[in-house]
Design a protein around this ligand. Structure first.
Ligand code: M6R
Length: 611
């Protein structure tokens, strides 16, 4: 949550920071602020989006070559000008931006108040900057030393940048649990929560590790541990393309990302599915293959959409590899006392690779000796680095808050994983493997065909845009798709929606059905088709308005459903990759027709780096 960006060099800092904040706005958008250091240390901040901040500073003196900015997703204190970052210390000599949460802020605040510090906001961050000031005063030390000592006192997660009026040619940053990347240019440095604000200036980056402090002073970067041990910065080349983080002619990032899926699925298979040679490769599992073969159980931990991808994987791994699988909400798992052994494999799935609960679940499983396999989209992210092994999804940057292409990329990678492990374990025969490989390689084309339904789905959306509730039903592989369809609708259109296993409907939700209830049923031709047809009859008998997702050529369901959306046929195990497409488009169009902010829905942020 929250995006941070900073610059130190020879250019005007303000335009670089504002542009960077716009790129990071997906991480939080309830307020934004900037601090500029040029003799004076000026802080400007405003409730609302980055554009409100831009208007606010238009008439101000923003001339500076050092500065930092923040876009906020509120944790402590409501979104308003005062709670926005940056925060000054009491003397206004030091300012800070912070992404994360300081858990012991209340005790620290009481102590600091006793020392005479005055607080204006309700944030934990203002406590952090006053702590630094107090330590500096008590120890008569440099800012760097004061930051280092302060980091020993705070409990929680942070990526911070600190500026001081008294030490004007330096910028200090540190991280624990929240991401921080440093871009290295010629005589200039860029800091940000992810690489998107950096890419147009340099492709040389350093990912700061937990418990490291970066000091940029006189054109030099010095990285040390909290214990003051100097580190050699590991400079990596970014592979990000600038085009991939722009809208490219689409009205919204979400729509662009939905339409990118034939490519992102293909990219996630590239080099892994070699049809002609009849090979499947996944570099990430090579040295862990035997572990997978002998695994007594696989536990999948994730949140939100990634958890839905995990549910699809449960079906895949049990079907194809015959390994028992448990799928856990990371937020629940981390606070249980789960039974985990060294023969367990834990698969952590995360688009951002920064989700706090997923990271904590990994740490717990690690401490019990399990092997951790990560499936992440963001290269170099905290989860990617915390796992023993893993595979990237190669979906490209996903900027719309509602996850779309990340889901299908995750399912693609999980399918490949299940196929590889199933084949190695001898539970997936050679002919069946071959058949699935062919079918998987056809998926991008089938997704393309499903995307061609866009106009038809827009027309259906027009009819249902004012609904107040939606029910989504599916069975087997399509059950997680029903959950995902409901989540997409809720988060961007604010319509209440529930996903349910179709057969469970009669145990409760059927009571909700009347002539006003839209019921989306995913009823593609698979092993539970006949059963789902019966469920459709049950809805119809209660006058529910049925929107059915069917397989092309189905002649039975069109006689029962009010609307039918036909998707191309594919193997049952691969159907989620196709059947989810109309549900993404349905939620997108309904949200647009209701005038909602599709890319930045209220109360949400793209990566949830707080628990
Ligand atoms: O980055 P992650 O995949 O770990 O994020 C998990 C969830 O926060 C995320 O999927 C969220 O549910 C999305 N907004 C769904 O569209």
């Amino acid at each position: 949550m929250c995006g941070i960006v900073a610059y130190i060099g020879y250019r005007e800092a303000c335009p670089i920071i504002i542009k960077g904040l716009r790129r990071l706005e997906y991480r939080g958008y309830d307020s934004a602020g900037i601090a500029l250091l040029n003799g004076a240390l000026n802080v400007y901040k405003k409730k609302g989006k980055v554009k409100e901040l831009e208007t606010f500073i238009a008439e101000k003196d923003t001339h500076a070559t050092i500065g930092m900015g923040h876009t906020r997703w509120a944790t402590h204190g409501e979104p308003n000008d005062t709670n926005a970052h940056p925060h000054y210390s009491t003397s206004e000599r030091i300012a800070i931006i912070h992404n994360g949460i300081i858990e012991n802020y209340a005790a620290l605040k009481t102590h600091l108040q006793q020392q005479g510090h005055v607080f204006h906001s309700e944030t934990d961050t203002e406590v952090f900057v006053n702590l630094i000031e107090e330590i500096q005063k008590q120890n008569q030390c440099t800012l760097e030393e004061a930051v280092r000592l302060a980091l020993h006192e705070v409990v929680g997660a942070y990526a911070i940048v600190v500026l001081s009026r008294d030490e004007p040619n330096q910028l200090i940053a540190a991280r624990k649990g929240s991401p921080l990347v440093i871009g290295i240019g010629q005589d200039e440095f860029f800091l940000a929560s992810d690489a998107t604000p950096i890419i147009e200036y340099t492709s040389d980056v350093v990912y700061v590790n937990d418990h490291e402090i970066a000091v940029i002073r006189n054109g030099k970067l010095d990285i040390r541990t909290r214990e003051d041990i100097q580190q050699t910065p590991y400079i990596q080349k970014l592979e990000l393309e600038l085009d991939s983080i722009e809208k490219g002619g689409y009205e919204h990032f979400m729509l662009k990302e939905i339409f990118e899926q034939p490519k992102s699925i293909l990219d996630s298979m590239r080099g892994r599915l070699e049809l002609e040679a009849g090979h499947l490769n996944m570099g990430g599992i090579r040295s862990y293959e035997q572990k997978f073969v002998n695994a007594q159980r696989i536990i999948i931990v994730a949140c939100g959409t990634s958890w839905h991808a995990g549910l699809v994987a449960e079906y895949l791994l049990e079907d194809l590899a015959r390994i028992p699988v448990e799928v856990e909400y990371a937020s629940e798992f981390r606070y249980r006392n789960p039974i985990i052994t060294e023969r367990d494999i834990v698969i952590a799935i995360s688009q951002s690779g920064e989700t706090a609960d997923t990271l904590a679940a990994i740490e717990l499983a690690k401490s019990k000796g399990a092997t951790i396999f990560g499936i992440c989209n963001v290269v170099g992210s905290s989860i990617a680095r915390a796992t023993d092994a893993g595979a990237y999804t190669h979906a490209g940057p996903e900027i719309g808050v509602a996850s779309t292409k990340a889901f299908t990329a995750q399912v693609t990678v999980l399918t490949l994983l299940a196929m590889i492990v199933g084949h190695k374990r001898g539970t997936l025969s050679e002919p069946k493997l071959r058949e699935l490989m062919v079918e998987l390689s056809n998926i991008p084309t089938k997704v393309e065909q499903a995307l061609a339904l866009n106009t038809e789905i827009e027309q259906i959306s027009e009819i249902f845009k004012d609904a107040t509730n939606f029910l989504y039903l599916g069975r087997g592989y399509n059950f997680p798709v029903a959950l995902e369809g409901a989540l997409k609708l809720k988060e961007i259109s604010y319509i209440h929606a529930e996903g349910y296993p179709a057969a469970e409907m009669k145990h409760g939700p059927i009571a909700l059905i009347d002539e006003n209830m839209p019921v989306v049923v995913i009823a593609t031709k698979d092993s539970s088709y006949e059963k789902v047809v019966s469920n459709i009859q049950e809805v119809k008998a209660r006058k529910g308005r049925i929107i059915a997702i069917t397989t092309e050529g189905d002649t039975v369901i069109p006689q029962m459903a009010e609307f039918v959306i036909e998707v191309p046929a594919t193997s049952e195990v691969l159907m989620p990759l196709v059947s989810v497409i109309p549900l993404q488009l349905l939620s997108y169009h309904i949200a647009v027709l209701r005038g909602c902010n599709v890319d930045q829905p209220r109360n949400l942020a793209k990566s949830v780096t707080v628990e």
